[in-house]
Design a protein around this ligand. Sequence first.
Ligand code: TRP
Length: 560
Amino acid sequence: MEQREKREGWHSGLGFILAAAGSAIGLGNIWRFPYITGQHGGGAFVLIYLLCVALIGLPVMLCEIALGRHTGRNPVGAFRRLNPDSCRLAHLFGAGMTLCGLLALFMRSWGWGGLFILIGVLIFKYRWTLVGVMGVVAGFVILSFYSVVAGWTIGYVFKAATGQLAFETVDVAKESFGAFITHPGWAILCHFLFMALCVAVVCRGIQGGIEKVSKVLMPLLFMILLALIVRGLTLPGAMAGVRYYLSPNFKLITPQCILVAVGLAFFSLSLGMGAMITYGSYVAKEQNLFKSAMAIVGLDVLVAFLAGLAIFPAVFALGFQPDQGSGLAFQALPAVFHHMPLGAAWAFLFFLLLLVAALTSGISLLEVVTAYWVDERRWSRRKATLVFGGCIFALGCLCAVSVANWNHIKPVEQALATLFGGVKDSFFVTMETMADWMLALGGLLIALFVGWVWGVRRAVDEIRQGSDNFADVHLWSVMAGLKDDPSHNSDMHVFTLASLWGVFVRFICPVAIVIAFLNTIGWLELKGPEAKPAAVEQVADEPVADESASAIRNESHESM
Ligand code: TRP
């Protein structure tokens, strides 16, 4: 059934793994993970994060890669190819959406009402293909703000190189950072430079562009990271930072934490919008998908973990406060580096690290959009990257000038406010929030599609190619040391990696995502067992505790 047209693919399996790991490893790992971990109980949060990654991230990652390789298409093409002619589940969603829309209209919320009804009707017409469309749209949305933040790292690399990051205190650094990101000229210039880099790479295609760049940048990333860790750990007093980062404080673990971990896992692994479908579509049939997924997830987690190890010891050794929340990277660290011998050089390396990580992620986001226009609309790669890189740049400009407020783009604010009745803090935050929703929804729909519509059986048939062990080795027998026992080779033994995966994809992942999703949109506010007085009592002995409660609330607003 597979009539593949000639399509470019990865040159090697390692190339794919590095590129996909490059997509996963980004600002999410080096910037968000360390400070979120610091706020949510250190080692205990790391444990929960690892569980989320293993139980939800890995299965969904495998779904995406299998979908991609099976269809050899971008997300829209992939879903279009596997879209059933009629699907009760899709009709259910369509009806639900339309109903919500009518309800919203009834409540005179014209923007929401119209939007929901439109989506409802589109679901009836296109069914699952819409999930792919949402992925491409999410590519636009995410890259528009991601590129702005990545642009700041370009600015900071430049500043470090020219010795402009010599801040005595965090407050000075904070002020300078604020002035930098709210200066429209600088913000847009840096954002432009980052988009130009992404376009230049994606333009050159899979092997000559993305794979080549990843093969150079990923080892570079590891080297810089290791250098920073060695430097941090050898400073006198570094162990206090290690303790802060890694000693589990179970008092800070709340249900809220678990949901934060789920969200972070999705964003950090690049799941939920078809980035891995797209990268998977260039993978050869001989490649072992299960092992690849394990490697990608493993590298992603490793880098997140190492980033914390590079940051906290240095912060503590130099006597700074680690409770900066999202300001840690751009505000606290420059001041920390300034007080080290050869500080400017270390600052330069750190921001280069952030830039490298962000670049390979930005590339993957642009590739999703590009692949759609190349596969489905038969555009040339060059034209697609230039045109849509340009569009994303334009959308990003709105983000760049509205990091803190809407002052520069009042008409946009007004238009959105009339349609949707009230807007968020800034366009930047609006895009970010939209991305959160789309990823959670996308991840849920991808798991449901593979589990219930395309079917685990067909997915396993795809994954099995290049990985015999996935469906044919009985885990009980392996675990019991009876792998080669003849009595254990009958079909009676059905506990395999494949069956385990199937259960996760059909039940565990969707349920977990729905819970996280309801929390994201605020319909389900899980409260932790921590009563207020307990939190106060922790403050005395734990520097972590006081920040945590308020930081959790603020985080969604200033995390990016
Ligand atoms: N995973 C990247 C990070 O950690 C960001 C990213 C790249 C992404 N591509 C994505 C997130 C696709 C969601 C979907 O920074």
